[in-house]
Design a protein around this ligand. Sequence first.
Ligand code: ADP
Ligand code: MG
Length: 611
Amino acid sequence: MEEQHIWILPDLIASQIAAGEVVQRPESVVKELVENALDAGADTVAVTVHGAGKRLIHVVDNGSGMSRADLALCIRRHATSKIRTLEDLYRIRTLGFRGEALASIAAVAQLEIRTRRADAPVGWRLLSEPETEPRIEPYAGEVGTQVLVRNLFYNVPARRKFLRSELTEFRLIADTMTRFVLGHPLVRFLLSDEHSLILDVAPGRLEERFATLFGSELAERLLPVNADYEGFRIWGFVGHPECARPVRTHQFFFLNGRWISHRGLSHAVYTAYEHLLESGTYPLFVLHLEVDPERVDVNVHPQKHEVKFEDERQAFSAVLQAVRETLGRHHLALTVSLQAAAPPLVVERTEEGQPLLVNRLTGELVAPQHIEGRPRGAFPTGRVHPRGTASVQLLPQPQISPELTEPSYRCWQVHNTYIFWETAEGVRIVDQHVAHERILYERFRRAWEEKRAVPQRLLLPLPLPLEPAQLARVEELWEFLHGLGFELQRLPHGGVELAAVPADLPAGQEEEILRELLAVGDAETAESPKLDRLIATLACRAAIKAGQTLSEQEMKALLQELQQCFLPYVCPHGRPVVVELHRRDLDRLFERPPVPGAGVEPARGVRPTGF
Ligand code: ADP
Ligand code: MG
């Protein structure tokens, strides 16, 4: 007889293997059980864990409950009340649908389910243990369902060994609860461990829940998002650029109530924040997407965290537009506000250790006679670089002040670099280069996006001697360069010549600027940050420089155009464009200086002195 090498695995082993996909750790059990509670329509879900879920996970809900027949079935593999046909898979409105969670849990733990329907006089309790027939007995309890999972993985030591410390496992559970709290604002959630109640959040608005979880200080810096775009409803909020952080925490996407992780969508948010954040920092956001379930496939992964949109680009654009629109609506102006508590004069020391009074704002030395009896004028002259002079705050500003639109407002150029103008509240200052950079950046970007660049012909085409690598780069960037208004022509013997350039380029620097562009990143799609970097470089090179004299007319034209910008307050590299000195801060500068020693507060970075 021939040997047989293949056999069918016993049910339990098959279930344990399958369980590995759904249940990897206590956190996954909590997630599956809470999803079931929400699918059952519960508006209160209480989770208790002992030993970070290794000893006990207990989830109580006030949802629909189950009949005896359903209870007997629910721990079988592929038992579900949520879909019946394959088509249903593309109409999913519930969090679960695969019918494998309870079966998986039953294969790797002792499981007890207590349940009662509102229309049933009595409830039922199921007790199950791997490798034994489950028992069902009557149960007298509340309407709803309680699931108790004891000694997870006690029969799969290999899995148990892979669990992390209790601290880590508990943190993962808390993270999952956080997602439910933000994903289902109208449900009350409780989380306890063996010692205490850790979380109890009442139903409320999304912002309130965020505040409960992360503190009201952060919650005050949220900008609401509310948009409809080609069948996508997007709501929630994004954080003010000021609360960006160096880590990607506090970022949440929910698709029809399900927490999802989706790199493309995160990228859409980052794209909207482009140039509003310092590099290496990330915005916070909580965004709910609602879309017809037929347009998304949620059955990509057993844990259902990944989804595929029918049209990924459309989803990307929807998020990008929604966030852009929010940021645009909250024009962000920089206001310089001198700290109220800090005196205008601070104490520094000379290199020889002599005390000096320094004007915080200007850096000038002030020499009141009473410092150690020195006569006026005996101080070294010159300037000390002001350190920690002012606190710069990003404030939401509905729009540039109306003064700008009135023809009578006056403006001055200072050091051929800054434009000052008076407003009702104080004085506003614009850095001419940075402002022009912002204007050009938006102009070039629009030209590229709307395919209507304005090329300006050169009198004579300019031959460009290029190395092979640079030539290859020209080919790579060909479309992009032409989209912006550069016209290049391939020469018969192999080189290229420049026939036209974008209208805003300063004369005589065309070649230099083009070469600089060739040295920056790659050309990619319009959403790519690299393309953006190219446009930012072009804007920077083409913008007027510090030191250039402007007529009043030119200044006003610049300010007018700045006002038309989508984001007038930050340059493409993230520097402020407009700052405001408030009248009350100016007044404060001219108050009588405090007597040194009597409560002189040193500014940041200034060493306290001994007198
Ligand atoms: P799925 O959620 O994918 O349907 P599960 O194994 O998680 O699969 O649950 C199986 C079935 O058990 C569910 O379809 C549901 O009918 C029932 N069920 C599970 N948990 C609950 C609960 N907390 N309340 C009411 N019914 C539940
Ligand atoms: Mg389920």
